[in-house]
Design a protein around this ligand. Structure first.
Ligand code: SF4
Ligand code: SF4
Length: 191
């Protein structure tokens, strides 16, 4: 069921569903029986604007703006719990990824801190072939959350001193091969 305030606030886009069908994994939404297993299994649904079940319901009803500007797609941590438990074998996590790409493409990311984290994580992987936590956190703090982050300075310092945060990145061997794979993924995921 959809909330009345959502129905009142947003315009419906009747082409949205066909657009989602064209995304990687998007057509699977058709199979959703709205059982709610995904939302009740999702460890992060309590901070999401809408759980996965409701996202699919909103997509079907044409709530483009509500879906693409929701925090749900950015809070999804890709844990795959929902996808493993879905009785219809819907690749929910892949749909979340596809929605992220669409939201980025349509500029629906303003003010979303998770986007800064996500973009910089991708940058780490593209540069080093793996994450470099220290640089990732530094970039995130500078771009998204300088004031709030100051509270975490003592913890960060302790982690550094205890060598739990590596100061320098370790670049993966065979970066050329990884770059080829990432280029191919980009081509395949093009929307
Ligand atoms: S678990 Fe699968 S079928 Fe059930 S609501 Fe979620 S996506 Fe739909
Ligand atoms: S993959 Fe995302 S939506 Fe699914 S259970 Fe994990 S966090 Fe929730």
């Amino acid at each position: 069921m959809l909330d009345r305030d959502i129905v009142a606030e947003y315009k419906l886009d009747h082409d949205f569903l066909s657009e989602i069908y064209a995304l990687p994994g998007g057509r699977e939404i058709k199979k959703c029986i709205q059982c709610g297993t995904c939302s009740s299994s999702c460890p992060l649904s309590y901070v999401m604007d809408h759980g996965p079940r409701k996202m699919f319901s909103l997509i079907r009803a044409g709530f483009r703006e509500e879906v693409l500007s929701s925090n749900t797609i950015w809070f999804c941590s890709s844990c795959y719990t929902c996808a493993v438990r879905c009785p219809k074998d819907i690749k929910i996590t892949d749909v979340m990824y596809a929605l992220k790409r669409l939201a980025v493409k349509e500029g629906k990311t303003k003010g979303k801190k998770a986007v800064v984290l996500s973009r910089n994580f991708a940058r780490m992987v593209n540069t080093y072939g793996r994450n470099h936590e220290t640089e990732l956190m530094a970039r995130y703090i500078l771009e998204a959350d300088l004031l709030h982050a100051l509270k975490f300075v003592p913890q960060g310092w302790k982690l550094l001193v205890n060598r739990r945060l590596p100061l320098f990145p370790h670049r993966m061997k065979n970066m050329d091969q990884l770059k080829k794979i990432l280029r191919k993924v980009d081509e395949l995921g093009e929307i």
